[in-house]
Design a protein around this ligand. Structure first.
Ligand code: PMP
Length: 379
């Protein structure tokens, strides 16, 4: 190119914009409606807001995990295919290794599914997901951040699936993915089997993701539906049974699905220490996990009964948290508890029937007692 051509092109170029205007021109418009996930800051005596398991890992288990995570070959990338870990998961879930996709938490797996299954239906500008309301917020957030349309179908008055409304949403929205959490977060209940079956049958052209993040605390799993329906995949995680720090989640789906979604996966998405520690959890720490789950289930019964005795409404829970209807606006109760050192999660921003609901994770006995004492004071 000649010198004066270059000068002319430079003259014609848009003048430099300030940073904000430049970003506005580049960002996905959907981001304007989203907020970054920021956990509540501050020191609390009892953090019962994130559905983590109580801190009760034995010394022996902690030593075993530290040993598994000890540095070996820092200069090397982790196993890109996470074969050991996937083999341990496959064995645990009754699947084959090629039916397992691992992610940095199930959050990561959700984003990979959205990255891969994003082809808009014929005549539509964007792909769509269908999910329930309320449910795990990352389905909506991750989908919107990738330009998907999101249809949220309210749960019925018992916080179970509204099959007729879901059928309509699926027929009209033609979703690529239907996300259903069972047990559901934040409502805690398992979805009834017959309704799940009906929703899956109504969505033969979509992938139906059954998110079983809390299945260890539940009386039953829906994983058998995978055998009945080729379009069903199941999401699981180690986060809720005591290992949230590892960030290990996975999908069990058809080998064809896993093969395709794997193309959208950054090859080293799971750090080597997490791969090794998670393999130890799955292969060797079953009794530790069972101890946590039994303890939490016991506390769930005890704390629920005490809250009911205080005049609160508590939905039946198959998870490690309770979905509690408050006497006064949830925002007020949430603030008062936080001021007294107990952090729970409020859903009042959702409005309507959520304005009086709190989600309370079950912690150690002393933490739960503290919650109960503060609640009694607020009555
Ligand atoms: N699914 C559900 C239903 C959840 O509640 C959560 C965590 N809040 C996740 C998935 C994400 O879990 P993780 O990324 O820690 O595996």
């Amino acid at each position: 190119m000649r010198r004066d051509d270059t000068a002319r092109l430079l003259d014609e170029a848009t003048p430099p914009q300030d940073g904000a205007a430049l970003l506005a021109a580049l960002l996905r418009p959907e981001l304007a409606e989203l907020r970054a996930y920021v956990p509540e800051a501050g020191r609390f005596d009892a953090r019962l807001d994130a559905n983590e398991a109580p801190d009760m890992l034995s010394q022996a288990a902690q030593r075993r995990l530290a040993e598994a995570m000890a540095p070996r070959g820092w200069q090397r990338y982790p196993d890109a295919r996470a074969l050991e870990l996937r083999a341990a998961i496959a064995e645990r879930c009754g699947a084959t290794v090629d039916e397992v996709l691992v992610g940095c938490g199930s959050d990561d797996v959700i984003t990979l599914l959205l990255a891969a299954l994003g082809r808009p239906r014929e005549g539509a500008a964007a792909a769509t997901i269908v999910t329930t309301s309320p449910s795990f917020v990352m389905y909506r957030t991750s989908a919107r951040a990738r330009g998907f349309e999101v249809i949220e179908v309210p749960l019925d008055e018992d916080w179970d699936l509204d099959v007729a409304a879901l059928r309509r949403a699926i027929a009209v929205g033609r979703p690529n993915i239907v996300f259903i959490a069972t047990p559901n977060n934040p409502t805690g209940g398992v979805m009834s089997e017959a309704r799940l079956d009906a929703v899956i049958a109504a969505a033969p052209n979509a992938l139906v993701v059954l998110d079983e993040a809390y299945v260890d605390y539940a009386p039953r799993s829906a994983i058998a539906l995978r055998r009945r329906y080729p379009n069903v995949a199941v999401l699981r995680t180690l986060s809720k049974v005591g290992f949230a720090a590892l960030r290990v989640g996975w999908l069990i789906g058809s080998a064809a699905l896993v093969r395709e979604v794997d193309k959208a996966r950054p090859p080293f998405n799971l750090p080597a220490p997490s791969q090794r520690a998670a393999t130890v959890v799955l292969r060797e720490l079953g009794e530790e996990v069972a101890r946590v789950v039994d303890f939490v289930a016991g506390e769930r019964t005890r704390v629920a009964a005490e809250l009911v005795a205080l005049g609160l409404d508590v939905a039946p829970s198959a998870a490690n948290f309770l979905w509690v209807g408050t006497w006064r606006p949830a925002a007020e109760v949430h603030r008062a508890l936080a001021d007294r050192g107990v952090l729970v999660r409020s859903f009042h921003a959702g409005g309507g029937r959520l304005a009086n609901r709190l989600r309370i994770s079950l912690g150690l006995r002393a933490e739960n007692d503290r919650l109960l004492a503060e609640m009694a004071r607020l009555r």
